[in-house]
Design a protein around this ligand. Structure first.
Ligand SMILES: Nc1ncnc2c1ncn2[C@@H]1O[C@H](COP(=O)(O)OP(=O)(O)OP(=O)(O)O)[C@@H](O)[C@H]1O
Length: 682
C-alpha cells in the first residue's frame, strides 16, 4: 500500500532528513496493518528517527509543540519544505486524536493497561495521559528493567553499625584543602547505606578517591563483623576509561591508610582490576546477548561503574539483568558530560536534582551521626534538607570541589560557567580575561577564518611535534630488543597525551574526516612530517595515531583505545623495517599489533568530543564549526573543556555558534523517573 505520507517519508529520506531504517519501519507497518492510519505511520517513523538521535522514546506532546526539533533538518536538503510538510501533518492532529489512533492500533500496546509487558506489538504507548510517550518495544523494555531494578535496590536502606563512625574517621582524615562540609565523606555514607547509589562530580572532585575509601569502609565492616569479604567488580564503558580508572585506583590504594593488625588482609580485599562493561558481562560474537544475564548472574556482591554518563539504556538494562537481585550497584560519573552515543542519558536523568540534594531528616541524622557533618551547599551555606526527596535523592551525592584545577583554575572556572546554563558570551570572555592575568595561563581563544588558517595549523603541528619527533628517533637496537623498544613506545604514548585536537563533528571540512586530511597535509609541510609521513597518505605510516572504534576481543583492544603506528627494525639484515601499531597495555606496558589485523580503527589527529570521553590530555584544542548543528550543546563544550588537564584552546570562526552553544542543553526524551516520590516508591 502506498499512501501520500509514505511518499513524503521517502522524499525526506532522500533529502537526508530521515534514515532508511526509519522509512523501512513505517513501510513494514503499512504492509502489516490494513487499513492503516497515516498518523500511526508518522509516529512510527518519528519514534525510530528520534531513537537514532539518542532519544529513548517519542514525546508526542513535544512533537506537536516543536516540529522544528524533529527529523535531521539541519543537515537535510530543502529543510524549510520538509518542515512545512511535516507541520501540515502535525497541525491536522491533536494530542488526543493522535493518542486515540495509536491506542486503537494493533501495532501499539498501551502501558496504561495491565499486561503490556507480556504483549508483543512493536510499539508501546507509555508515560502519562498528560505526557504520552511512544516507544519502540525494545527500548520500553530496557527502561522498565532499569526502573524496576533501581526501585528494588532503592527500597533497601541499610543502617550502618556504630563501628562505621570510627572507620570513616580513619579513612577520611581531616584536611584543610576542601571546603566544608566534606562531601566525599557524606557521599561515602550515602552510598554505604543504599543498594543503589550515585556519586557524581566534575573532573578531579575525588570520585575515585571516595569510592576507594567507600570500598575500604564496606570491607572493613565485613572484617570487624567477621563476615566474608564482598566480591567487588569495577567496570567502565570503554577500555580507555577502564585503564584510566585502573591507574587512579592503584594510586589511591597505595595512599590508603588502613590501620590495625589485619590491615594486610583488609587491603588485599580491595579490587585492583577494572574491566570494560562488555567484558564484565561477557559479550559474545554475533549476538547482543551477554553471557551473564538473569539466568547466569555475575558473581558479584557489588559492582561499581565509572564514567556512567557514557552508559546507554541497553547496556544499563543488560547490566542490571546480570546482577543478582541482592547485588549492589554504584554509579560514578560527571552528570554534566555528554550523554551516551547510543540512546539514553541515564546518569543525567537520574542526577537531575543532584545539586539540590533533597535529603530527608532521616538521611540528615544518619549523615550527622556518622560524619558530624550537615549536607550543605558549600557555595551558599544553604541546607540541602527538605521534605521533597525520593529514595533516589537519599542515595545520590554530588562532589562539589575540584582538587585537580587548583594549579590551573581557568579550566575549572570555564567548565563551571558553561554548566551554569545562563552564561552569555560576555561572562565567557571574562573568564578568559581573568585567566590571562595569571602566571600559569590555561585558556586560549583562537579566532580563525577557515580550517586552513595558518595560526590553527601552527597550533596543531606544534602540538603534535613532540611525539612525532620521538617516533622519528627509534632507539638503536635489534628487532628483539623488547626492553628498549617498549620503553620508547611508552614515552611516545606519554608525549602523545600532551596534545589532542577535538571537534564536534564527524563529517565535512570541520569534522574528523576533513580535519584529518587537512592536518596530514599541514604536518607534511613541517620538517618532522616530511621525514615520517609519505606523500599520497598511505593507510599506514610511522606516527599514524589510531583510535579503536569497536571492541576487538581477539586482540584485547577496546573501543576508545588509542595506538600509534611505529617503525620497528627489520627482523633480518637486508629486510625492510616493519610497521607495528603500539597500544598501551596495563599489564605488559605495550602491546604490538600488526596493522593488517586492525579492522576498526580511524586516524585520530582530530577526535570527536564524544570519542574523547574517558580520556585526558595536557592540552586540548576544541574546534567549533562555523554553522550551528543540533550536536553543538553545552554538554559538548563542557566535555571538551574538561578533557584538558592544563591548557584548553577554543578554536572558532563564528562567535554566533558559541553563543548558541552556551544556551543549548542536551534534551533527550525518556520516561525514567525515580525522582518523584511516587515514581520512586512505585
Ligand atoms: N580529599 C582530598 N584531599 C586532597 N586531595 C584530594 C582529595 N580527593 C581527591 N584528591 C586529589 O584530587 C585528584 C583527583 O582525584 P580523583 O582522581 O579521585 O578524582 P575523580 O573525580 O575520580 O577524577 P576524574 O575526573 O579523573 O574522574 C587526585 O590527585 C587526588 O589525589
Amino acid at each position: 500500500m502506498k499512501t501520500p505520507l509514505l511518499e513524503h517519508l521517502q522524499s525526506w529520506m532522500e533529502a537526508g532528513a530521515l534514515r532508511a531504517l526509519d522509512l523501512a519501519f513505517a513501510r513494514f507497518l503499512a504492509q502489516q496493518i490494513q487499513p492503516v492510519e497515516e498518523s500511526l505511520l508518522l509516529a512510527a517513523a518519528l519514534v525510530s528517527e528520534r531513537q537514532g538521535h539518542g532519544h529513548v522514546c517519542l514525546d508526542l506532546k513535544a512533537c506537536l509543540q516543536h516540529p522544528e526539533q524533529l527529523l535531521s533538518l539541519t543537515r537535510a536538503q530543502h529543510p524549510e519544505e520538509i518542515h512545512r510538510q511535516l507541520s501540515e501533518y502535525l497541525d491536522n492532529m491533536t494530542l488526543d486524536t493522535w493518542v486515540q489512533t495509536l491506542q486503537a492500533s494493533e501495532a501499539v500496546d498501551s502501558a496504561w493497561q495491565p499486561g503490556a509487558a507480556e504483549q508483543t506489538a512493536p510499539l508501546v504507548l507509555a508515560g502519562s495521559p498528560d505526557q504520552p510517550l511512544l516507544y519502540l518495544r525494545r527500548y520500553w523494555q530496557y527502561e522498565q528493567t532499569i526502573q524496576q531494578a533501581l526501585q528494588q535496590r532503592l527500597k533497601r536502606v541499610r543502617s550502618l553499625p556504630p563501628e562505621a563512625k570510627r572507620l570513616i574517621q580513619q579513612l577520611f582524615p581531616e584536611t584543610n584543602q576542601a571546603p566544608r562540609p566534606d562531601w566525599q565523606k557524606l557521599a561515602c555514607v550515602l552510598a554505604a547505606r543504599s543498594d543503589f547509589a550515585i556519586i557524581t562530580g566534575g573532573p578531579g572532585t575525588g570520585k575515585t578517591t571516595t569510592v576507594v575509601r567507600l570500598l575500604a569502609l564496606l570491607q572493613g565492616l565485613q572484617l570487624t563483623r567477621g563476615e566474608a569479604f564482598l566480591q567487588i567488580k569495577l567496570a567502565a564503558p570503554t577500555g580507555k576509561a577502564a585503564a584510566r580508572l585502573n591507574e587512579s585506583l592503584l594510586k589511591n590504594l597505595q595512599a590508603l591508610n588502613l590501620p590495625g593488625e589485619q590491615s594486610d588482609v583488609w587491603r588485599a580485599s580491595l579490587p585492583r582490576e577494572v574491566t570494560t562493561l562488555h567484558r564484565l558481562l561477557g559479550s559474545q560474537p554475533g549476538t547482543r546477548q551477554f553471557r551473564h544475564q538473569a539466568s547466569n548472574p555475575l558473581a558479584a556482591d557489588l559492582v561499581v561503574v565509572d564514567e556512567a554518563s557514557m552508559v546507554d539504556v541497553e547496556m544499563m538494562a543488560c547490566l542490571l539483568q546480570a546482577l543478582r537481585p541482592d547485588a549492589r550497584l554504584i554509579l560514578l560519573g560527571d552528570k554534566d558530560q555528554l550523554a551516551s552515543v547510543e540512546a539514553g542519558s541515564i546518569l543525567g536523568d537520574l542526577c537531575r536534582d543532584a545539586e539540590a540534594g533533597h535529603y530527608s531528616q532521616t538521611t540528615r541524622q544518619a549523615l550527622y551521626q556518622l560524619t558530624g557533618e550537615e549536607p550543605l551547599d558549600p557555595a551558599t551555606g544553604k541546607s540541602l534538607v527538605d521534605d521533597q526527596g525520593s529514595p533516589l535523592h537519599q542515595a545520590t551525592a554530588m562532589l562539589r570541589h575540584s582538587f585537580r584545577f587548583s594549579q590551573y583554575p581557568g579550566i575549572g572556572e570555564l567548565a563551571q560557567l558553561v554548566n551554569q546554563g545562563s552564561a552569555g558570551s560576555g561572562a565567557f570572555k571574562q573568564v578568559f580575561e581573568k585567566d590571562a592575568q595569571r602566571s600559569e595561563k590555561s585558556l586560549h581563544f583562537l579566532s580563525i577564518r577557515d580550517q586552513k588558517d595558518p595560526d590553527f595549523l601552527k597550533l596543531v603541528t606544534q602540538g603534535y611535534r613532540p611525539y612525532l619527533e620521538l617516533v622519528a628517533s627509534r632507539p638503536a637496537g635489534a628487532f628483539d630488543d623488547h626492553l628498549s623498544l617498549n620503553a620508547w613506545a611508552s614515552e611516545v604514548f606519554k608525549r602523545h597525551q600532551k596534545f589532542q585536537l577535538l571537534t564536534a563533528l564527524r563529517q565535512g571540512d570541520w569534522g574528523v574526516e576533513g580535519l584529518n586530511q587537512t592536518l596530514y597535509q599541514a604536518l607534511r609541510s613541517t620538517a618532522i612530517g616530511r621525514q615520517l609521513l609519505p606523500e599520497g597518505e598511505p593507510l599506514w605510516y610511522p606516527g599514524r595515531p589510531v583510535l579503536m572504534t569497536r571492541n576487538d576481543y581477539g586482540l584485547q583492544l577496546m573501543n576508545g583505545d588509542i595506538g600509534i603506528c611505529l617503525e620497528l627494525p627489520a627482523e633480518q639484515p637486508g629486510q625492510p623495517p616493519l610497521l607495528r601499531v603500539a597500544f598501551p597495555d596495563p599489564n605488559k606496558g605495550v602491546r604490538w599489533v600488526l596493522p593488517s589485523r586492525l579492522q576498526d580503527v580511524e586516524t585520530v589527529f582530530a577526535m570527536t568530543v564524544h570519542k574523547s570521553q574517558g580520556s585526558e590530555f595536557q592540552h586540548t584544542a576544541l574546534v567549533l564549526p562555523p554553522v550551528s548543528s543540533p550536536i553543538l550543546t553545552k554538554e559538548l563544550l563542557y566535555t571538551g573543556i574538561t578533557r584538558s588537564s592544563q591548557t584548553f584552546t577554543l578554536v572558532a570562526s563564528e562567535t554566533r555558534v558559541l553563543n548558541q552553544l552556551l544556551h543549548k542543553r542536551i534534551d533527550r526524551a525518556s520516561g525514567l523517573d525515580l525522582q518523584t516520590p511516587a515514581g520512586a516508591n512505585g
